[in-house]
Design a protein around this ligand. Structure first.
Ligand code: BGC
Length: 373
């Protein structure tokens, strides 16, 4: 009986796989200036599908079944491409050249000073005024199969947004039958430069933003984090999470301690908005975080090669953003997990380097694995 059961299950799996793994390319409307936006949809046999549009190489939607098999979109965003430019908040975007903050928009490299636009109080945030999230990327290739994938590319001119070197960037999105959506950011440069590329998806595993994320259970594989000042720039310290409200080494409910104003770090961030130092060796793919939503039963496991992950609880969503299906996005409606080097690394020589030299290959691999039970 047992044998027969597994046989049937295996057959069912084969049958599903026969139709699995498609990558299709289609128009995704146009911007107000008339430029056309395209998208690729990756779909697997288990009912997961990801739509990535050329504006910002943005993950615009991510459909994942819940424990009952019901499919929902688990990322925040907009219905139309133009809204991503009109009300930018980096929903699902590929962020660059430098994800997160650079203090006062200034850094020096090989003795030369560089000045960036300050677009977040006194600091530069997420690549400046027109970062990679607001650029039109090209679709280089689209491949169906058990690992359906699409490669997007963008060439950033020498000096763009104040950064040195012509930067050639690709991001490969791939989806397999194990419900793993993998993103691989790669770059080369013509001159020494600094960079930090990541994806800025806002996850709400309840699907279609049915509930806020305060009831989500979160594990962060991080013994330490980098404390920040009032403008969210790291002080340079690497502080142990033990005994603090930033201790997520064991699964913890997000909302449990988020209002604990005795923790200065939570006051600065208005909640969690911190870079956690992922345990283990940077450069190797290793687990960084787990998020579970108890009602839908969905779980997201994040792995990355990056040294850190910014854990952000949507603290600056203030109800003035109306997302997909005209839903108002409010504080605490999503969790962002942004793997990368640490914020403001160009100004912290003892942080893992954000420097890229000509001839070197930059790689940041991010894997989101979904399950439901
Ligand atoms: C930052 C937040 C910021 C958000 C949206 C996150 O990476 O840490 O402070 O509000 O991005 O820009």
């Amino acid at each position: 009986m047992k044998y027969a059961f597994f046989g049937a299950a295996a057959l069912a799996l084969c049958a599903t796989n026969a139709h699995a793994g498609t990558a299709t390319r289609a128009p995704f409307g146009a911007l107000a200036d008339g430029s056309k936006v395209e998208a690729v949809t990756l779909t697997n046999g288990a009912g997961v599908s990801a739509l990535i549009m050329t504006l910002g190489a943005t993950l615009q939607s991510l459909i994942v079944p819940d424990k009952a098999g019901h499919k929902d979109d688990v990322v925040l965003g907009y219905d139309t491409a133009q809204e991503y430019l009109s009300h930018p908040d980096y929903f699902g975007a590929s962020v660059g050249r430098y994800a997160n903050r650079i203090a006062k928009g200034k850094f020096t490299l090989d003795g030369k000073s560089y000045t960036l636009a300050t677009n977040d109080g006194p600091n530069s945030l997420h690549g400046g005024l027109k970062g990679f999230d607001k650029r039109m990327w090209k679709i280089d290739s689209v491949t169906s199969g058990p690992e359906a994938k699409a490669v997007f590319s963008y060439v950033s001119a020498d000096g763009e947004e104040g950064f040195p070197g012509e930067l050639k960037v690709t991001v490969t999105y791939s989806l397999n039958e194990q419900n793993e959506l993998k993103l691989e950011y790669r770059a080369t440069t013509s001159k020494p430069t600094v960079l930090n590329l990541t994806n800025h998806s806002y996850f709400n595993l309840s699907g279609n933003d049915a509930r806020d994320v305060m009831g989500n259970m979160v594990t962060l594989h991080a013994e330490r984090f980098t404390p920040v000042d009032a403008t969210l720039i790291p002080t340079g310290e690497r502080r142990g999470v033990a005994g603090t409200v930033l201790d997520f080494r064991n699964s913890h409910q997000v909302g449990d301690r988020i209002r604990d104003a005795r923790e200065q770090q939570l006051r600065y961030g208005r909640g969690y908005d911190h870079n956690f130092i992922v345990d283990g060796a940077a450069g190797t793919l290793r687990p960084a975080a787990v998020v579970s939503e108890p009602v839908s039963g969905r779980t997201l496991e994040l792995s990355t090669t990056a040294p850190g992950v910014q854990f952000y609880t949507g603290n600056f969503l203030d109800g003035t953003f109306f997302g997909k299906g005209q839903r108002a996005y409010r504080q605490g409606d999503a969790i962002c997990l942004e793997p990368g080097v640490f914020p403001d690394s160009p100004n912290h020589p003892d942080f893992p380097t954000s420097r890229l030299n000509p001839g070197q290959n930059y790689v940041n691999t991010i894997v989101y694995r979904f399950s439901a039970r």
